[in-house]
Structure formats: structure tokens, C-alpha cells
Design a protein around this ligand. Sequence first.
Ligand SMILES: Nc1nc2c(c(=O)[nH]1)N[C@H]1C(S)=C(S)[C@@H](COP(=O)(O)O)O[C@H]1N2
Ligand SMILES: [Mo]
Length: 332
Amino acid sequence: MIIKTNASGFDHPASSEITPQAIYQGRRELIKLMAKGVAGAALASWAGRKALAQTLEKPGKLAALPGGKSAVAGAMTLEKITDYKLVTSYNNFYEFGTDKADPGKNAHTLVTKPWSVAVEGLVRQPKTWTLEDLLKLSPQEERIYRLRCVEGWSMVIPWVGYSLSELIKKAEPLGSAKYVEFVTLADPRTMPYVGSRVLEWPYVEGLRMDEAMHPLALLAFGMYGEVLPNQNGAPVRMVLPWKYGFKSAKSLVKIRFTDKEPRTAWNKAAASEYGFYSNVNPAVDHPRWSQATERRIGEDGLFAKRRKTLMFNGYEAQVAQLYTGMDLKKFF
Ligand SMILES: Nc1nc2c(c(=O)[nH]1)N[C@H]1C(S)=C(S)[C@@H](COP(=O)(O)O)O[C@H]1N2
Ligand SMILES: [Mo]
């Protein structure tokens, strides 16, 4: 899997985070490299993308959303943060297309204002929260988490948000609430692929109650000190750093407490391939490929080595106790 050079900016629509000057610069760099006769398409696109990254790596011009440093254990990794440009141009957000470059090109049609999130189901305090109220519910924190996709790539991203547990506490779940279901927006008018049959819409995810209450489970409103770009799940999404990326539902509209394990979008699409838990686990392979290693986005040059995938994506000390006594091959 090679990131397409085009995805790095050439045919990016007049998106607010890229200045025409930067695109022009990037294109000139690439033309120069190609003129030098850099051998092989792979090398040309890799070198070209690196040249582009240098001009386009800064965060965009979205509204600022800085977060204070987090005190949550495991919330900061010292690993190199992935370039903003890569994080915003290599996405999975099937409502906007299945190609990695599609969300960056298409998600400008998403309308994020006004926005609200309904909290309902087995709770004492059901409530529809406006985004403004949600933003104020708890102080925003910056947390540098790895995001590891089931497809075998990973990124390191400075997210901004607060623990989902803050919102759950306000909802006062009943004793019968054992699971939390996350429902995301499915609007055919603004999401061009919601009519497609790749997945059942809306995209739904789920967690067990104790997983949802874990302090690392982040309700995220921003990244890189700014509000979320549309392609990364604006205006509010989940980030579960110890689970495969697809558990981190984007553009949330409903959080529902239930007594039954929710059927999730990927589980419905292919139950033998995507289980309910989907914890990052190098010892449990996807039926069609290994999960033992990963490719860090931004390190995909000719000589870059794949990294060893860590148990629970490196968050074992924080989350392993949630799964004591469970057969993780069975509950994958
Ligand atoms: N609503 C919705 N949320 C989604 C997805 C999606 O297709 N739709 N894709 C998931 C997958 S597979 C991954 S890897 C992450 C990617 O998040 P990122 O684009 O911010 O890296 O979002 C997840 N959340
Ligand atoms: Mo993913």
C-alpha cells in the first residue's frame, strides 16, 4: 500500500488548510524531482510526497482548540507525531468514499453546525446535548495517542478532548446498562457514499460499559490544537487507542446505553473478520492477513521497516485488566 502522490495535495479542492502557494510549491518540487530522472515510479512518488510534506505539514486554519496537558496514565506517547497533512489526507471514512484520499476530497460537504448528540437508553438523565454544551462539559486535554488501523498502518496524533466517562457520569446509567452504542451521522444529502452498499448505515460502534468508562476512552473534538477537520470525524468522534481504528466512530450523533451487545457496522458486514472487541492484538490475526506488524504512516520510504505491533497498541499496562480471564482469540 503506497500513499498516492495525488492524495498529498494536487487535486485537493480549494481546501481551507492548503494555501495555493503551498500546492504550487509542492508541485514544483515534484516536477524538479521528476526532471532529475529519479528512477522508478515508487521512488518518485515517495520523494515527491516528502517534498510535499515539507511544504504542507502545518496544521490548517481551522478554529483553535488547544487542550491542557492530560493527567491520564498512558495519554502521552513520546513517539514522533505524524505530519498533519498525512493525517488529514489518508483516512477511512466510508461515508465519503472507500479510497484513502476520498474523505479529504469529499468531506467538505459535511455540515457540522448546528450539531447535537443524543444521549439515551438505559440512563436516568437522557439528554440531547448541543455541541457547544458538550465542549464545555469538561476541560479539553491534549492526548498523544497512536491510532492503529486493522489494515496494518498506524499514526501518532495529538488529539484534543476529554474522557467519555465525564459525559457518561452526567447521563447516570442504570444498573442494567451493560453496553454503549455509538451511532454516527448518515445523511445522504451531505455524505455521498451513504447510499452505497459497502456498509449498513448509519455506521454504528459499541463498547462494553467498563471499556467506555476507561479514562483513555476519548471523546475528541480536535487535533493538533484545532477543531477536527471533517475527514477526521468532525465535530465530535471517539478515539479508543487500544482498539483497531474502526472502533473510533466519527461524527457522532447518538450515544445509547443498552443491556445487549450492539451489532456494529463492521461486525454486520463481516462477522468472521471483525469482532465486537477488536482490541489491537499482534497474536490474533485477521483471517486474511497478519496483525503482527504495522507500517507507520510517514515512514513508508523504500527502506522503512515495518514496526512490531504492540499488545493493546502499547496500552497494555492501562487496559489489560479489562480483559482478565477472557479468551481474546474467541472474543476478538
Ligand atoms: N463514521 C465512521 N467512522 C469511522 C470510519 C468510517 O468509515 N465511518 N472508519 C473508521 C476506521 S476504519 C478508522 S481506521 C478510523 C480512521 O480515523 P482517521 O481518518 O482520523 O485516521 O476512523 C474510524 N471511524
Ligand atoms: Mo481502520
